[in-house]
Design a protein around this ligand. Sequence first.
Ligand code: HEM
Length: 404
Amino acid sequence: MAYDTDEQDLPPVTDWVNDWDWLDDQWGPNAIDIWNEVREQCPVATTERYGRAHMPVTMEAVSEVAHDTEHFSSIFVSVARPDAPRRPAPPITSDPPDHHAHRRLLLPSFSPKKIALMEDDLRQFCRSLIADLDGAERADAAEQYSQHIPVHGICQLLGVPESDADMFRDWIFRNFQIGPRDNAVKQQVQEEMDAYHEQKLNERLLDPKDDLLTLIAHAEIDGEPVSMELKKGYVGLQIIAGIDTTWSAIGSGLWHFGQHADQRGALVAVPNDDMLWNTATEEVLRYYAPVTMGRKVIADTEVGGCPVRAGEQTLLTFPAANHDPAAFEDADEFRIDRAKNRHVAFGLGIHRCLGSNLARLELTVALQEWLRAFPDYELDTHTETTWANGQIRGPRNIPVLLNR
Ligand code: HEM
């Protein structure tokens, strides 16, 4: 598809402390090494590529920013060109005092009880994807498996048709991989999403059903109807936040276990409700945390002792904090039985992930069903895995030998 673009042409990064760029080709495959190298030199790196923007890499500095809504606003949740088009998608783009009401509206749909009811259907869905691989010797565990599971989950929860899944995947790719440097693409994606969401919300206003789309269509705060603009934002957020975040986590887990036969064996040997599944999935979330957020600095302050000024931007590098040796013993070791694991893959503070129950369920069910079907699968190291850059980091293809 061709777009009008005003893409910035930027040279490859050679200095990650003073000129970082989360859309640089080195970021996807090497982000963990990059954060570790930066952390050895300073707690906060900077760049001028998106205006002046900061990148904290320690747990302490990331936590400082996440808990400080006085100096850091969620009006910019992605570090992008300062003139990038941005639309509200509450609660993630809202600050106190508005944030609380938006979050409270959506919260009941994500309760542990509600999400637990989705397990059987998700398991069946994973089995149907596995059945589609019948007779195959190889597979792409991203394209043929992990990328479909969260789309199915969100379609069930929200009440949008699964036949639109390819369109959601296309929006997500253009929004995260091209949009931050290219305003025309970002604008176009937002317009396409807006039109779709408005149509779906209007359908539910006329014909209510038992789904999140209906709840949003009829949303009220303090007895007043929520505007169509904000309602479109709520729906867009579910699609943007609920799909490739989780497929990146599932994919990272499959990529990892495809290279560690001992860990695969240990998991296959225990029942689904064994504690080892719990510690192993939490370790996938810690080690391969896919989500990095952004904030706009709204008042001068300091982070990790470094000055930041109003108008600048900062990353909330939760995945980097998860590798801080000051916060985790042997932080760069992947331990499936790590007992003390206070990772921040789902964020910190008032914006902590609303969908974490769903994400954990999808991740666990997807790994259990795959490992039970293919206990001896392994990563095909003859084909390269490419990793997505930027806000949501994860493997985009996972070539595997099924060894059934
Ligand atoms: C492994 C998968 C996931 C990860 C790692 C993840 C991570 C995060 C993080 C780090 C935040 C904090 C944002 C911030 O501080 O600005 C967040 C917020 C949020 N996430 Fe997730 N997420 C995942 C899956 C999901 C799913 C499946 C949904 C469901 C639709 C979801 C919905 C949300 C929402 C609505 C918020 C905003 C909460 C607020 O602003 O109060 N996420 N997520």
